[in-house]
Design a protein around this ligand. Structure first.
Ligand code: SF4
Ligand code: SF4
Length: 168
């Protein structure tokens, strides 16, 4: 995100990694953001405000954040897991309406166009009867592996350009 913004001429003064429920494996990160997260978000916003109030952002050096440089979002082909509906579907079409990629046909809302779907999970959350979800052995296996790898409680991480320069 920092790289994308900088390429567009923005001056990045702060960055934060906050946790939320995972969109594909909701048991990972369930209940997040929690009280501690919200406190951290409020602190992050307050710190950003201090920097913004100082103004003259060009005086700050480049912010340092962890992660691999050169991440190419355009070449990411997406995850192979796509949700579908089951026989409990009542054909309300809420999933088709909310889908940002129009991957669900209003005439047959149980089906998903896997070429269009970006696995965002919006259709699962909007379904009033819980008819849409990820399914199959590949999903169950991936979920078990993912849960094992990501079960540890992680705290939010924040980064401020000014802290490196000792400005605030
Ligand atoms: S996961 Fe997102 S993109 Fe895929 S069908 Fe559901 S709403 Fe559409
Ligand atoms: S939101 Fe659920 S019940 Fe409504 S059409 Fe989609 S799958 Fe069926």
């Amino acid at each position: 995100m920092k790289d994308i913004l900088q390429k567009q001429g923005f001056k990045v003064i702060a960055a934060g990694a906050f946790l939320a429920e995972h969109s594909i494996f909701p048991s990972v990160g369930a209940g997040r953001p929690d009280g501690q997260d919200k406190e951290a978000m409020a602190g992050f916003a307050a710190e950003c405000r201090k920097i913004l109030e100082k103004g003259n952002f060009q005086q700050y050096g480049e912010i340092e954040v962890p992660g691999e440089a050169g991440y190419d979002a355009a070449s990411f082909k997406g995850v192979p897991l796509k949700p579908s509906g089951d026989k409990t579907c009542i054909k309300c079409r809420k999933c088709a309406d909310i889908c940002p990629k129009k991957a669900i046909s209003p005439e047959n809302p149980c089906k998903t166009d896997s070429e269009l779907c970006i696995s965002c999970g919006a259709c699962i959350h909007v379904c009033p009867v819980g008819a849409r979800n990820y399914r199959g052995i590949i999903y169950k296996t991936a979920e078990a592996q993912f849960k094992k790898k990501c079960s540890e409680y992680r705290f939010p991480e924040t980064y401020f350009v000014s802290k490196y320069d000792g400005i605030i």
